[in-house]
Design a protein around this ligand. Structure first.
Ligand code: ATP
Ligand code: MG
Length: 690
């Protein structure tokens, strides 16, 4: 049913004479069509794309839905399995009414993701290909590893971990910045069947301690310090505090392997606990450069990772090996139209799921060359990203809307002074990308040449669920477009009934996909309650979504953030995008507040382009922008000028905190441990009386 629906809606987007040739393999010239808002990939791009047309997409998508077992096992067969999976490719129960939720893919298959990412590519003749280019915080600081040398480093660490008693199924916490040692550590754990839990190296000692207590690791891997822009952060001190803290809860860790990050801090200045603390450089190079593989079942755990914490206390998401491997590799390949000569850069930190699936595993499984960047995009100036793009001739560039918006605010000149000719595909993840930011990204960064893959997914989903395939579809700025192969998104109403056609509601997924998470670590009940009980029979994403007449998907924000104004349900994304389209507005976040007449009123926080003062006149013109683009009912009741917005450490706006500020419930701010800069909250509170 769903398939027919997509087919009928999607194959022939309406209202576009220009795309009557959609059934041709080649799409038209790159152009942004004002009246129907479609942006076409160039003819040249489509011709060389892995999925060159809507027809090809439909053919593959149809197969993936009608025969998931066949579709995925064919892809899985391209990878190495020590032993093939059993007769059932997957089994699932996503319906709480039918018993416990259970998802299994390739059960009985014996494999290893590190083997598939490294050894397999080396055996295929790619040993001398660069696996990782490392770019340090400062200009001129860099390094690289070929696939062979990466494998050697991984093996040395893996041997060491085995030596200190880390066994299959044991946890290892990794608290490292974006050094090459971070993916090395992940892969070393995977090689010996240990479960890694990467904690973003910007988290406080308390947050780190919580995660250590939760998974009781055999070892913690860290470095002494890191430079982020001009600042030096003493990571080892944070780890020391966290380990002292977790010891109080009865979890003591015997080994703290510490990499000496010389450009940030000398080892002699590093506090040291003899017996527990070990210098990486003194120890690891002593170990052999080959290491036997621990073969694991497809359903053995690969890693544990916490969600970003945008909506509350972070959830410990558990991913297993086989399905995750196949899914990240396949989504990476198609969503970025990956070809072997590509140079790929994802700006996400490995502390987030994006860094797991699309810095480490997805790209390396494809034998790709990846850039790992230690620094920040604003240092030494806001042109750094394009400096890196030119330096390494990056072809695929994947980032987050927050970065796009912040660079947009700095002006085009930082971008246009670089060539960026190598770029081929751009990507976005983390939040809905406002159409105006999309256009800037497309027109200025990509010179109107590079399709944008606006990938919608979650820590829980392991990989992309809704994403454009560059070259296949005309794009609509701000829409994540269509489902990836094997994914059946449905939009349901409050009662959980599927709504067809043009509609808006709760975004759920019907049946599993290989990369789906299998549980919340140690709390299967919370897993079922959070994701499967709200709409029985479906996986519930927590996000709102609308589908337009052409079948394109538009993420409207978290459903908890939906604002109900006089009976109109308004997603945060729509109002924010209208505000951000105003040339003087850099960023916006809206929340609902109680309103006597309307039920809820709209309260908007806005940050302005540098140097623009907030004035009554500006307030009026911001309001007008919303009235014009959406309608008078969506006009904000209050606009609150904000020097900055509270964000998670992964860069997402935390609306739940803004809601409390707007309604002056200041003692109910909730879990703020994942907040990037707590000062922002105080500033906003101080300003909210203005
Ligand atoms: P928590 O679950 O702890 O509140 P989080 O949801 O922010 O944190 P992640 O798993 O990192 O943690 O983020 C997934 C969410 O990010 C999605 O549910 C969605 O709200 C948002 N998101 C990610 N990519 C996109 C996208 N391309 N378009 C719109 N929203 C996106
Ligand atoms: Mg979430």
């Amino acid at each position: 049913n769903y398939l027919r629906h997509v087919e009928s809606l999607a194959v022939l987007p309406s209202g576009a004479g220009k795309i009557s040739h959609l059934n041709a393999v080649i799409l038209g010239e790159a152009l942004a069509s004002e009246e129907n808002d479609l942006v076409f990939p160039s003819e040249e791009f489509s011709r060389q794309a892995l999925v060159p047309s809507p027809m090809k997409y439909m053919e593959m998508y149809r197969r993936s839905i009608e025969d998931p077992a066949g579709f995925w096992s064919e892809i899985a067969s391209e990878f190495y399995w020590k032993q093939k999976w059993g007769t059932t490719v997957y089994s699932e129960n996503l319906d709480v009414r039918k018993g416990p939720i259970k998802i299994e893919w390739f059960k009985g298959g014996i494999t290893n993701i590190c083997y598939n990412a490294l050894d397999r590519n080396i055996e295929a003749g790619n040993g001398d290909k660069i696996a990782i280019y490392w770019e340090g915080n400062d200009l001129g600081q860099d390094g690289s590893l070929t696939y062979s040398s990466l494998l050697e480093k991984v093996c040395q660490l893996a041997n060491y971990l085995k030596d200190i008693g880390v066994r299959k199924g044991d946890a290892v916490v990794i608290y490292l910045p974006m050094l090459m040692e971070l993916p090395i550590a992940m892969l070393a754990c995977a090689r010996i069947g240990a479960i890694h839990s990467v904690v973003f190296a910007g988290f406080s000692a308390d947050s780190l301690a919580q995660r250590i207590v939760d998974c009781k690791p055999k070892a913690v891997i860290t470095c002494n310090a890191v430079r982020r822009g001009p600042k030096v952060i003493h990571l080892k001190d944070i780890v020391d505090d966290a380990l002292a803290e977790s010891a109080k809860s009865g979890v003591s860790v015997d080994v703290c392997l510490t990499y000496e990050n010389q450009s940030a801090m000398n080892r002699h200045d590093t506090k040291w606990q003899k017996g527990r603390d070990i210098w990486w450089q003194d120890t690891i190079p002593e170990y052999p450069t080959t290491c036997e593989i621990e073969w694991v079942d497809a359903e053995d755990p690969l890693f544990l990772l916490y969600t970003s914490g945008s909506t509350g206390k972070p959830k410990g998401v558990l991913h297993t090996t086989g399905g995750y491997m196949i899914y990240t590799a396949t989504t990476f390949k198609y969503a970025f139209d990956y070809k072997p000569p590509d140079i790929y850069w994802c700006t996400a930190d490995c502390g987030w799921i994006t860094g797991h699936s699309y810095v480490t595993y997805g790209p390396l499984l494809n034998g790709a060359t990846v850039i790992v960047f230690e620094g920040v995009p604003s240092y030494p100036d806001p042109g750094r990203c394009w400096n890196i793009v030119d330096k390494y001739k990056v072809t695929l560039f994947y980032t987050a809307p927050t970065l796009v918006r912040s660079l947009m605010r700095e002006g085009d000149e930082y971008v246009t002074r670089y060539s960026r000719k190598s770029l081929r595909v751009l990507g976005s993840v983390g939040e809905p990308i406002n159409p105006s930011a999309w256009r800037w990204f497309f027109n200025i960064v990509g010179d109107s040449r590079c399709p944008i893959s606006d990938t919608w997914w979650q820590t829980e989903t392991g990989g992309f669920l809704i994403t454009p395939l560059p070259g296949a579809w005309p794009q609509k700025p701000g829409s994540a477009t269509f489902p990836f192969f094997g994914v059946q998104p449905v939009i349901v109403d409050e009662k959980g009934a599927e709504i067809e056609g043009e509609c808006s509601g709760y975004l759920c997924i019907k049946s599993s996909w290989p990369g789906a998470f299998r549980t919340l670590y140690g709390d299967h009940e919370r897993y079922e309650t959070t994701y499967f009980k709200p709409f029985p029979g479906y996986y519930f994403s927590g996000d709102g979504c609308s589908r337009d007449k052409d079948g394109y998907h538009w993420l409207t924000g978290r459903v908890d953030d939906v604002i109900n104004v006089s009976g109109h349900r308004i997603g945060t994304a729509e109002v924010e995008s209208a505000l951000v389209s105003h040339p003087q507005c850099a960023e916006a976040a809206v929340v609902g507040v109680e309103h006597e007449v309307k039920g809820q009123g709209i309260y908007a926080f806005v940050t302005l382009v540098d140097g623009v003062p907030y004035s009554e006149e500006l307030r009026k013109s911001l309001t007008l922008a919303v009235r014009k683009q959406i309608g008078p009912f969506a006009a904000p009741d209050k606009i609150h000028w904000a020097p900055g917005l509270p964000k998670t450490r992964s860069g997402k706006i935390m609306r739940r905190i803004l809601r409390k500020i707007a309604s002056r419930q200041l003692d109910e701010l909730g879990d703020t441990s994942t907040l990037a800069d707590p000062n922002v909250v105080d500033q906003l509170i101080a300003l909210s009386d203005c």
